[in-house]
Write a protein that binds this ligand. Structure first.
Ligand code: FES
Length: 122
């Protein structure tokens, strides 16, 4: 039912946990299923140098958070802002149709973190 990539992220989730020296922490909740994802990013010279995530959610949302943190490493904030839920789903090979919104949860947390960064710069 889950792709090999989802299973691999579930077996060894990347970047789990809060990042004590994060530049920003974004949070997203899905009001229907109640899953909650917090995404931490550390940004230096506009490049994401470290990430972390915390999740209260289903297995695919764990995999989505893990895959997103892996993708973000080394990206500029502009590159990160251009990511879409499809990019996360693609990184996981696929998600069951009723779990595709788990990628959106991860991207919503990212957008929240990037918005926080922009507010801090102003
Ligand atoms: Fe809703 Fe995973 S089931 S985010």
């Amino acid at each position: 039912m889950y792709s090999a990539k989802v299973l691999e992220h579930l077996e060894s989730p990347r970047n789990v946990g809060a990042l004590p020296d994060a530049s920003a922490c974004g949070e997203a909740t899905n009001p229907v299923c109640g899953d909650l994802l917090k995404l931490y990013v550390k940004v230096e010279n506009d490049v994401i140098t470290a990430t972390g995530f915390q999740i209260e959610g289903c297995p695919p949302s764990i995999a989505a958070g893990s895959a997103l943190t892996e993708m973000l490493a080394g990206m500029t904030t502009a590159e990160a802002a251009a990511l879409t839920p499809n990019d996360v789903t693609h990184a996981l090979e696929s998600l069951p149709r009723n779990k595709e919104h788990c990628s959106l949860l991860a991207i919503d947390a990212l957008r929240s973190a990037l918005a926080q960064l922009r507010r801090d710069v102003v």
